[in-house]
Design a protein around this ligand. Structure first.
Ligand SMILES: Nc1ncnc2c1ncn2[C@@H]1O[C@H](COP(=O)(O)OP(=O)(O)OP(=O)(O)O)[C@@H](O)[C@H]1O
Length: 245
């Protein structure tokens, strides 16, 4: 039998470095009641209905500007990889320049070959010189994903990154992101129970101002789309969500 892993008490912060705890207030009212969110390497989902506060929680975790206020503590990263719900495309820049934008803004020399490779990986080869206005919504979302994949930050925050994609492309992009972000700490905001179960080792449900742990699906991620356990657990989770709505 393998001996248990023992961490010295003062190394806890290294093991579990990111998190958020406290209460989130919006206009003086409780948006999210007292909670503790502690993040480990790997994928964590924030699942919940529209307006429950998922994006707000993600923004606060990233230390980004927000209407809401955290009464509590944040353990964030110095640098984050951030994919917003809106694609944040710069309309005057080409697709390729948009993929390299974060590096350019940070004054780093962008890796043009990597940006091209990532555009190919998201299925957009040949569109490098187009302007964002000449792309479909799903194509724009894939440009935004390629831009986030350029990040070498340890903490990656994804706000509904696959929402505009057709089911086949969505699964391919989920697999790509899962592969590319291996070893990092990823927080995924989603409405989709199947997406959360397929990718995430930890799932938090946000509803009625409460953040509560939900049971993830055991086994190696990402789960096959046709995995019977994934289908059955998704159906059960959807039923639970509909019952509590
Ligand atoms: N800029 C803002 N000013 C005032 N209230 C805001 C602002 N942005 C969001 N809110 C409010 O904060 C609450 C939480 O919004 P948030 O965007 O975090 O929810 P969400 O769960 O991410 O929703 P969705 O799934 O629809 O994106 C909502 O009641 C929303 O109306």
């Amino acid at each position: 039998m393998a001996s248990p892993m023992i961490y010295p008490a003062n190394s806890v912060a290294e093991v579990d470095p990111y998190g958020l705890s406290g209460t989130i207030l919006l206009d003086g009212e409780t948006l999210i009641a007292p909670f503790t969110l502690s993040l480990q390497a790997g994928w964590t989902a924030l699942l919940g209905p529209s307006g429950s506060g998922k994006s707000t929680l993600l923004r606060l975790l990233g230390g980004l500007d927000c209407e809401a206020e955290l009464k509590g503590t944040r353990r964030g990263a110095e640098r984050i990889g951030w994919m917003a719900q809106s694609d944040l495309m710069q309309p005057r820049l080409s697709v390729l320049q948009n993929v390299m934008l974060i590096e350019m803004l940070a004054g780093r020399k962008p890796d043009r070959n990597r940006a091209r490779d990532l555009l190919a990986a998201v299925g957009l080869s040949g569109l490098e010189s187009r302007k964002p206005s000449a792309l479909s919504g799903g194509q724009r979302q894939r440009v935004a994903l390629a831009r986030t994949l350029m990040s070498d930050a340890e903490l990656i925050l994804l706000d509904e990154p696959f929402s505009a994609l057709d089911p086949a492309t969505r699964a391919t992009m989920q697999d790509l992101a899962f592969d590319q972000f291996a070893g990092r700490t990823v927080v995924l905001v989603t409405h989709d129970p199947a997406e959360a179960l397929r990718l995430c080792q930890t799932i938090w449900g946000l509803e009625d101002h409460q953040l509560q742990p939900l049971e993830p699906l055991a086994g190696t991620k990402p789960h096959d789309l046709a995995d019977p356990a994934l289908l059955a657990t998704t159906a059960r989770l959807l039923d639970d969500i509909r019952e509590s709505a």
